[in-house]
Design a protein around this ligand. Structure first.
Ligand code: ATP
Ligand code: NCN
Length: 204
């Protein structure tokens, strides 16, 4: 687990990163700036518990790709979930919190995950224990209105102009952050229609 000091504000950004791309960098930079975070951890998951993970490249490869991609020293690449044998985010977050007293953690996810968040293990517990920042993503912009999570915790949503307060608020507290958006996805990169650094691959 990366080193942190009490009093720091840290964003936890879990992902499969198969492969990482500029969209992930954009999320990290937006989160650092808008929430005045000291660090963002890219937590490379052993495998999304809701997805089929056969065919997933080895964790070591995905970590190496992330390290090659990232140039910001505030972004820390970690795969401690595999080492501690945890896969569900609720477990991951409990572990991080227990090992780092006095540190303010915020869970960060793209808007596509907001739409399915209510299928996650103990999702209400996560929302009751950690502030959450949802970053806009093409195709999922309206999920902050329609998702079960957004409706259930509508009373706890703060305006994004107050995002810098989020790490210091008592949960439940969440916000939806709009900003520059990236159309990139790992799926399209694997399919060969986009590149990790952006832009469409010309067809034909
Ligand atoms: N372009 C993007 N804009 C905003 N958030 C993104 C973007 N790409 C990925 N994310 C977010 O980053 C986190 C990790 O995503 P992941 O590694 O699964 O990438 P992905 O592009 O969504 O992959 P896949 O297409 O395989 O599902 C998730 O919270 C996801 O919502
Ligand atoms: O805990 C869960 O039930 C759960 C369900 C789906 C996704 N997650 C986590 O959400 C993060 C983003 O997943 P993904 O597939 O969009 O890269 C990653 O850290 C996953 O482990 C967690």
């Amino acid at each position: 687990m990366p080193h942190v000091e009490p009093g720091m504000a840290v964003g936890l950004f879990g992902g499969t990163f198969n492969p990482p791309h500029d969209g992930h960098l954009l999320v990290a930079e937006l989160a650092l700036r808008r929430m005045a975070l000291d660090q963002v951890w890219w937590m490379v998951t052993p495998g999304n518990p809701l997805k089929r993970n056969d065919g997933l490249p080895p964790l070591a490869d995905r970590i190496a790709w992330c390290e090659r991609m990232n140039e910001d020293p505030r972004v820390r690449i970690t795969a401690f979930e595999a080492r501690y044998n945890v896969q569900y985010t609720a477990q991951t977050l409990a572990l991080v919190k227990a090992r780092n007293p006095g540190v303010r953690f915020v869970w960060i996810m793209g808007a596509d995950n907001l739409a399915t968040f209510h299928h996650w293990q103990n999702w209400r517990g996560i929302a009751m224990t950690f502030p959450i920042a949802v970053i806009d993503r093409p195709g999922s912009t309206l999920s902050f209105l329609s998702s079960v999570m957004a409706k259930t915790f509508a009373h706890a949503r703060i305006d994004e102009s107050d995002a810098a307060l989020l790490a210091h608020l008592r949960p439940p507290a969440w916000t939806f952050i709009h900003g520059p958006r990236s159309p990139l996805s790992s799926t399209a990169i694997r399919a060969g229609t986009q590149t990790a650094r952006g832009g469409d691959v010309a067809s034909g």
